[in-house]
Design a protein around this ligand. Structure first.
Ligand SMILES: Nc1ncnc2c1ncn2[C@@H]1O[C@H](COP(=O)(O)OP(=O)(O)O)[C@@H](O)[C@H]1O
Ligand SMILES: [Mg+2]
Length: 321
């Protein structure tokens, strides 16, 4: 088998909490991704999506402890600490931060702000950096002359495109996009997703698309990993996850709609995820799962391959229930 472009192995993150104790926010993440492939990282707020991709970038705050591996083309970029990570960050692996479209400085032009990381990383200097900023804007569907404009002269959708352009400044092979369409209206959302899909194909980018909104992933991603309480509880082809979810949480996530409570099917996700500063027995979803039994509450489920490329952590799989 070829070496994957991006691979995480048993990646864990703990945060020291100000009130004392530690939150175990990421609990053993194993992902693989090839060039040109899209992977959706999906789950409710607080399940560890942002923590996972900040760990891959080596950008967690000092209160975080990380263990495990993040491999780019086989090389563990976490192994050498910050010095080992620096040559890879932005040039091999880059991210669009949650809320990036609102993070541009109001006092510099968009072109200058896209050029800045190129100068910092010595990808391009002086006028060449501005030239490349203009090319990048064109790549994301914005007229290059708009490089001279200020953020307030851009619409939300254009600022999000510009944020994506900025992440691509140093020609990364892997792009991590954190909730890139949240806060955009539906039409602009679709345009940004089309853009990410086009970039994935044209630049042969490996894209990790983080979202709490499951339908969004199918635009860009062939595969998805559903996270709950710091773990991937189910992963596989998006089509299969949508049509026949095998983990009750995946089913609930797809079914979750504003009026689902009234149906009485148990498909809505009542209750809250477990506290991450405590350990628990059994399946993390058991307290909210309509189908949980005694075993679910006492025994931690192990990953089971339910079909080619499909993995689920649920005791109910294969038990005919
Ligand atoms: N800097 C931090 N300090 C302490 N806890 C954190 C910190 N960042 C995130 N967490 C906790 O880690 C968990 C996962 O958060 P996050 O990765 O932001 O989730 P998501 O992106 O899926 O909404 C949450 O319980 C959150 O409160
Ligand atoms: Mg987040």
């Amino acid at each position: 088998m070829n070496t994957p472009l991006l691979e995480t192995r048993d990646l864990h993150v703990w945060f020291d909490l100000e009130r004392g104790g530690r939150a175990h926010a990421l609990r053993g993440l194993d992902l693989t991704l090839a060039a040109g492939e899209g992977l959706g990282l999906v789950g409710e707020s607080g399940c560890g999506k942002t923590t996972a991709i900040l760990a891959m970038m080596g950008l967690l705050p000092p209160s975080a402890t990380v263990s495990g591996e993040v491999r780019i083309a086989g090389q563990d970029i976490l192994a050498g600490g910050e010095a080992g990570m620096r040559p890879h960050r932005w040039t091999d692996i880059a991210m669009v931060f949650q809320g990036a479209m609102n993070a541009f400085s109001p006092v510099a032009t968009i072109g200058e702000q896209i050029a800045e990381p190129m100068r910092l990383h010595r990808v391009a200097e002086g006028k060449a950096a501005i030239r490349r900023a203009r090319e990048l804007l064109e790549l994301v569907g914005i007229h290059p002359d708009r490089a001279d404009r200020y953020p307030h002269q851009f619409s939300g959708g254009m600022r999000q495109r510009a944020a994506i352009a900025m992440a691509l400044a140093c020609r990364p092979k892997v792009l991590l996009a954190d909730e890139p369409t949240t806060a955009l209206d539906v039409i602009v959302q679709a345009q940004v997703l089309d853009l990410l899909d086009r970039l994935r194909r044209e630049l042969d980018l490996a894209v990790v698309l983080v979202t709490h909104d499951l339908p969004v992933v199918s635009y860009v991603c062939g595969r998805a990993a559903v996270m709950y309480a710091g773990r991937v509880v189910e992963s596989g082809p998006v089509d299969a996850l949508t049509s026949t979810p095998s983990h009750p949480y995946t089913g609930a996530l797809f079914a979750a709609a504003p009026d689902i409570d009234q149906t009485g099917t148990g498909a809505s996700i009542a209750g809250a995820p477990p506290r991450l500063d405590e350990e628990w027995c059994g399946c993390s979803f058991a307290p909210r799962c309509g189908r949980a039994d005694a075993r679910c509450r006492t025994e931690t489920p192990l990953p089971v391959t339910v079909a080619t490329g499909r993995i689920t952590e649920c005791h109910l799989i294969g038990e005919g229930r």
